[in-house]
Design a protein around this ligand. Structure first.
Ligand code: FES
Length: 85
């Protein structure tokens, strides 16, 4: 039996499967809105290939595309704050 691994989204522990991106893991946990960008638009998992920039989040303090970022145990992921993107 494989132990469940988790990361943190907005301070909440979220499980993930090995090999998932942050966006896939959040979507798998029924988290579909990732915060708001500078224009006030909701960020979310859309293209899945790093082209649309719709999934920007903060990972361990840096802004990145959630669809391209491999998730790992203990990772701290938060929504963008004003001026982050
Ligand atoms: S979903 Fe398009 S860049 Fe991540």
């Amino acid at each position: 039996m494989t132990a469940v691994r988790t990361f943190f989204w907005q301070g909440i522990e979220v499980p993930f499967r090995a090999g998932e991106s942050v966006a896939a893991a959040l979507s798998g946990a029924n988290i579909h809105g990732f915060g708001k960008d500078n224009a006030g638009s909701q960020t979310r998992y859309f293209c899945g290939i790093g082209a649309c920039q719709c999934c920007l989040v903060r990972v361990d303090g840096r802004t990145t595309e959630a669809c391209l970022e491999p998730v790992h145990a203990g990772m701290i992921v938060t929504a963008l704050e004003d001026g982050d993107a």
